[in-house]
Design a binder for this molecule. Structure first.
Ligand SMILES: NC(=O)c1ccc[n+]([C@@H]2O[C@H](COP(=O)([O-])OP(=O)(O)OC[C@H]3O[C@@H](n4cnc5c(N)ncnc54)[C@H](OP(=O)(O)O)[C@@H]3O)[C@@H](O)[C@H]2O)c1
Length: 319
């Protein structure tokens, strides 16, 4: 089976590429910068130039492709491209996939998307879900929660560097997940007939409130966090002010993500059913404690190596 992966250089996309290659799929990545994507080529993927904001570049990428996995989204740094990438580009991608007779299309959406249609990115994601459902391409949609990888920047690094951490609603659980595990579900969906033409809410087994994550980082780092609480209404206000200006639309969308994740959900039953459908055992899923522990161990080892190198350099200077 030949796969076209969009967003292969991204946090989730690179895990999908790596696992697809390991499983023996023929992997082609649509990328807009060959130099940046070189690591994917080194892993064994074929690179093809494509840019969702230039729809004419998409159809050639789909020649000979059996399935598409789309993990792309506009970069927060690319102001102005939100609609071009997450709406126009993805509509063009679905049309091109249909014309190329693609047999399966996997799309990454967001949890609680239908409750936040006032937020442009959410409206576009929901619109793309609908377009896929209306196309005649067999599809699987994953509505995702936050990624563990994002928590490093949000919590672990500020604790380590003694920087303030902004938190909103203390009591809301988010069932974050490791992107390696999400990638596992994306790939498994290609093999499971019961995953076709379905939308799944995919999250981890445990919901985490921000205070628990901060505690965990404090324990592992051996130092206290500086926590600044910002009420959710203030976050909404900031998001609305930014959204008022066209240039601020992207910033406002990103701020709004915190609000989206702050909606209470009952995951336990649906998560259990989902894992069963995908034949994924609980023990296969990385827990946040283990993920953070591994991160801190790696970091400490790196710091020790740097210290050792510095000492060696100083010794050499003295000699
Ligand atoms: N991160 C989260 O916590 C979270 C939560 C819920 C849902 N999601 C969804 O999960 C998916 C993966 O998220 P992520 O955090 O892994 O994304 P990410 O790291 O921001 O990566 C985005 C990817 O999209 C590509 N891209 C951007 N503009 C493009 C364009 N014009 N043409 C082609 N490719 C383009 C980027 O390529 P370049 O490297 O060239 O920029 C990159 O590979 C997204 O659909 C996101 O909305 C994420």
């Amino acid at each position: 089976m030949s796969l076209l992966i969009i967003g292969g250089t991204g946090t989730l996309g690179r895990q999908v590429v790596l696992q697809a290659l390991t499983k023996g799929y023929q992997v082609r990545c649509l990328v807009r910068n060959f130099r940046k994507a070189n690591f994917l080529k080194e892993w064994g993927a074929e690179l093809i130039y494509g840019d969702l904001s230039r729809p004419e570049t998409i159809p050639p990428c789909l020649q000979g492709i059996t399935a598409v996995i789309d993990t792309s989204t506009s970069r927060p740094s690319d102001l102005d491209t939100l609609k071009q990438v997450d709406w126009d580009g993805k509509c063009a991608l679905i049309e091109a996939a249909q014309a190329a007779n693609v047999k399966h299309f996997v799309f990454c959406s967001s949890q609680n998307v239908e409750q936040f249609l006032n937020i442009p990115l959410m409206e576009m994601k929901f619109g793309i879900e609908t377009k896929l459902q209306q196309s005649n391409i067999p599809y699987t949609v994953f509505r995702l929660a936050g990624f563990y990888q994002g928590l490093i920047e949000q919590y672990a690094i500020p604790v380590l560097e003694n920087l303030p951490i902004l938190v909103t609603n203390e009591n809301t659980c988010v069932s974050y997940m490791d992107t390696q595990d999400i990638a596992k579900f994306c790939l498994r969906s290609l093999q499971l007939p019961e995953a076709k033409n379905r939308t799944f809410v995919l999250g981890g087994q445990k919901g985490w409130v921000s205070s628990e994550i901060i505690n965990l980082c404090e324990q592992l780092a051996g130092q206290s966090a500086k926590v600044n609480k910002i009420p959710l209404f203030l976050l909404k206000l900031v998001s609305q002010i930014f959204g008022f200006f066209e240039w601020g639309q992207n910033i406002s969308d990103r701020l709004a993500f915190a609000e989206i994740l702050n909606v209470e959900n009952d995951f336990s039953k649906s998560t259990f059913d989902l894992y069963k459908t995908f034949k994924v055992d609980d023990s296969e899923i990385t827990q946040l404690d283990d993920y953070f522990l591994e991160y801190f161990i790696r970091l400490l080892k790196r710091l020790r190596d740097i210290n050792f190198e510095d000492i060696q350099k100083q010794k050499n200077l003295i000699i």
